[in-house]
Structures are given as structure tokens and as C-alpha cells.
Ligand binder design. Structure first.
Ligand SMILES: Cc1cc2nc3c(=O)[nH]c(=O)nc-3n(C[C@H](O)[C@H](O)[C@H](O)COP(=O)(O)OP(=O)(O)OC[C@H]3O[C@@H](n4cnc5c(N)ncnc54)[C@H](O)[C@@H]3O)c2cc1C
Length: 387
């Protein structure tokens, strides 16, 4: 079959694009290397913008049913004990990727998207004028548009010879689910030397513990039962949390060489969305909202191209402009905050300033996320009553 669009990767951006294009009546193929459902490396904190996006995609009811944890407050600390507490501009959610990615994948299936998991894309040839051939572990598929939604780092980046992959990045991240402490409706972010760690509650009541650190932290001794490097416990709040926690995940998930570089909106005429185009630092907790939003930005251009209302060059130019307008400043601010928060002295000064000037702290939280559309009234009430 010749598809109108083929999305590579069934994370947030790939599923969202596939769902929107299927709703517009296009023949869509969604390819995912993993076998769903699966746990993914992520802080699992969903910024408020996602609620309107979930409603448009048709999964909000399911998100409610599984009991996504409402998150109303933020708590930031530095290793020397400085701390800043704030109310979030609006309610955020804690929801595991195990649930969320499956919901989106099944929603795409229900709209007649051809959805293949356990199918790894090995290579892509072709271009926007002649069409594409996508080579996978399950055979070859053809399509008029290919959407690259394969996340922060994939072997496919190397196959495609993308520039960013040539550069080494020292950042390594880990994630696991834990029990033993109750942090309720708070997203916690704790800085430690050369890294930071987020804690937030998900729908099961378990705590997602996710940290990103310079690779030198990875060489340290690990806590024997939790598997956590000793640097994290240099932050007294984290040390206290870990003293009471037990790990639920059989092992921690890790990923090395995480980069926050801009990667380009097109490569070999493949339209890049989500982290494949560029990732915001995890400190901002907005990567998933941005992945969904980037699909919303790309789809109208894809649709106009498929309907032959614009040619390939206009498609590429206009998507790149729209993407930069929406994300470039946020990504830069995120990178700056990341570099401050991993250095103990700067983290300490930064958190102290936010403590003294809460309006500045609140402005930074707001500036690293998109504008939120209204939440349906009944869900708003439900979220406010749980907390
Ligand atoms: C440590 C850390 C913590 C984070 N915490 C948060 C947080 O709390 N909140 C937040 O909003 N964001 C967070 N993020 C960012 C967030 O995880 C990403 O921005 C988001 O997942 C991007 O979605 P995506 O669709 O672009 O990519 P993904 O969700 O990563 O999806 C990409 C998909 O492509 C598939 N794939 C890859 N290669 C191939 C191939 N060759 N063939 C087929 N399929 C392929 C992968 O298996 C994957 O399913 C965090 C990131 C990190 C590194």
C-alpha cells in the first residue's frame, strides 16, 4: 500500500501526528520498534498544556479513568539546603508512559491508522517530490511524507548521518518507580553536584524518580538496594527521601549521550517532530507537551502538501519558521537553567533568588512552557478536589 504519511516512532509526537492525519482522512502508517505496553525513560510529569491536547486527540476520558495524579505545586531545592516552593500556574498530571503511550497507540489504531509495534525502521530513501521507501524489520513501505518521530536518540540518527550524532554528549539519565514516601500533588526537583533529580507521583501512587547527571556521576558507588549513585544523596532532601524508599522497578532504565542541541526540522526531506527535532532539558518538564505541540504545528503543513496546496519547499520553509517561533526561546532558556542547576554554587544562588523573589521563580516556571488552553470544567473540578 502507498501511504499518504508514515510516522517513524509511536511516542507522543508520532502518535499525535498519526491520529490527527487519520482524522483528516489520510492513509497513515505508524511504526514503532518497541513492543507495547512498555516502560520508558521519562519523569512522567505532564505540564498543563497536555490536557487540551489529550481532549483533541480523544484520550482525555481514559487519562481520567486510569487516575492520572493531579500535581498543583513545585518544590525546588539545592544541595546546600536552599529551597523554593511554588504553586504551579495550573494543574499538571503524573501519568506513566506505560499507560500513556499505549493509550495513544490504541487511539491511532481505532482511527484505522496501520499501527505496527515491534517494527524497527532500518533506513529511509526518497524525497518529497518522488515519495519515500521506508525499510523496516517487517519489510518495505512506501509513502508520500515521512515524519521522523523517533525520539531523543536512535540508531536511525546514525544511519541517516545526522550532524548532532557525531558530537559526544556527557549527559546520562536514569529512571525508576519507587514506594515508601508520599509526595502527593508536588513535583520535586532537587539539584546535586553535576545533576538534578525529579520526583513525582504517578497514577499507581508510586513515585517516579528520574535524574540526569554528568557521566562522571555514573562512575560513583551505588546505593546497594536502590541502585542510586552517592552524589544524589549530597542533597539533604534527596537523602531523606531515599532513606525511606524502596524500588519497585526490577531495574533502573538508563540512557546515555542525551543532547539538547537543535537537530533540524528536516533531514533528507523527512519532517522531524518531537525530540527528533530538538529536546528541551528535562528540568523544564515540558518535553511531552512540546512533542504533542510540534505534531500540531506540523500536521497542517503536511496536509497542505498532501493536497498539493503547497510544494515541498514551502512545506519545509513554513514548518521550520513555525517550529522556531514556538520553541527556540524556550529551548534556550531550558539549556541555560540546566547548566545553572547542575552546578552547586549557581543552583544555590538561583534557588535562593527564587525563594526571595517568588514572582521571578514563577515567571521562570511559566516561561519554559506553552500557553495552556482551558481545561473542561468537570475535569477541572475533579482535579482540584484531589490534591
Ligand atoms: C531524563 C528525562 C526526563 C524527562 N522527563 C520529562 C517529564 O517529566 N515531562 C516531560 O514532559 N518530558 C520529560 N522528558 C522529555 C520527554 O520524555 C520527551 O520530550 C518526549 O518523550 C518526546 O516525545 P517524542 O514523541 O518526541 O519521542 P519518544 O516519546 O521518545 O518516542 C520515540 C519513539 O520512537 C521509537 N523509535 C526510535 N527509533 C525507532 C526506529 N528506528 N524504528 C521505529 N521506532 C523507533 C522509540 O521506541 C519511541 O517509542 C524527559 C526526558 C529525559 C531525558
Amino acid at each position: 500500500m502507498n501511504y499518504d504519511a508514515i510516522a517513524i516512532g509511536a511516542g507522543l509526537s508520532g502518535c499525535s501526528a498519526a491520529i490527527q492525519l487519520a482524522k483528516l482522512g489520510y492513509r497513515v502508517l505508524l511504526l514503532e520498534q518497541a513492543h507495547y505496553p512498555i516502560h520508558k525513560l521519562c519523569g512522567e510529569f505532564l505540564s498543563v498544556e497536555v490536557i487540551a491536547a489529550f481532549e483533541k486527540l480523544g484520550i482525555l476520558d481514559q487519562v481520567r479513568k486510569v487516575g492520572a495524579q493531579p500535581i498543583h505545586r513545585a518544590y525546588l531545592t539545592a544541595a546546600n539546603g536552599a529551597s523554593f516552593r511554588s504553586n504551579l500556574p495550573s494543574t499538571a498530571l503524573g501519568l506513566s508512559r506505560y499507560q500513556l503511550d499505549l493509550m495513544l497507540f490504541q487511539r491511532a489504531q481505532s482511527l484505522n491508522v496501520d499501527c505496527f509495534d515491534s517494527t524497527k525502521v532500518l533506513g529511509v530513501t526518497g524525497d518529497l517530490s518522488t515519495g519515500f521507501k521506508v525499510n523496516t524489520t517487517k519489510g518495505e513501505f512506501t509513502g508520500r511524507v515521512v515524519l521522523g518521530a523517533f525520539g531523543k536518540r536512535s540508531p536511525l540518527d546514525r544511519t541517516l548521518d545526522r550532524e548532532f550524532i557525531q558530537k559526544r554528549s556527557p549527559w546520562i539519565a536514569y529512571k525508576g518507580h519507587f514506594t515508601g514516601v508520599d509526595i502527593g500533588d508536588v513535583i520535586e526537583l532537587h539539584s546535586f553536584p553535576n545533576g538534578y533529580c525529579g520526583l513525582s507521583q504517578i497514577e499507581t501512587g508510586e513515585i517516579n524518580v528520574c535524574w540526569i547527571a554528568h557521566e562522571r556521576v555514573n562512575k560513583e558507588d551505588l546505593d546497594p538496594s536502590l541502585g542510586i549513585p552517592s552524589s544524589l544523596a549530597k542533597n539533604p532532601v534527596l537523602a531523606d527521601r531515599f532513606a525511606n524508599m524502596q524500588r519497585v522497578s526490577p531495574s533502573l532504565q538508563g540512557l546515555s549521550q542525551i543532547t539538547f542541541a537543535l537537530k533540524g526540522n528536516f533531514h533528507n526531506d523527512i519532517c522531524m517532530i518531537g525530540d527528533t527535532a530538538g529536546m528541551i532539558t528535562p528540568l523544564c518538564g515540558d518535553g511531552m507537551a512540546m512533542a504533542l505541540r510540534s505534531a500540531e504545528i506540523a500536521v497542517p503543513f503536511v496536509s497542505q502538501f498532501l493536497d498539493q496546496k503547497i510544494d515541498g519547499n514551502i512545506f519545509k520553509k513554513q514548518y521550520a519558521i513555525a517550529w522556531k517561533q514556538e520553541f527556540q526561546t524556550r529551548l534556550q532558556l531550558g539549556r541555560m537553567m540546566h547548566h545553572c542547576f547542575v552546578q552547586p554554587t549557581l543552583a544555590n544562588v538561583g534557588v535562593n533568588i527564587c525563594e526571595k523573589l517568588p514572582a521571578l521563580g514563577n515567571w521562570i516556571i511559566g516561561a519554559t512552557r506553552g500557553s495552556a488552553e482551558p481545561i473542561p470544567d468537570d475535569y477541572k473540578q475533579q482535579l482540584q478536589s484531589v490534591g
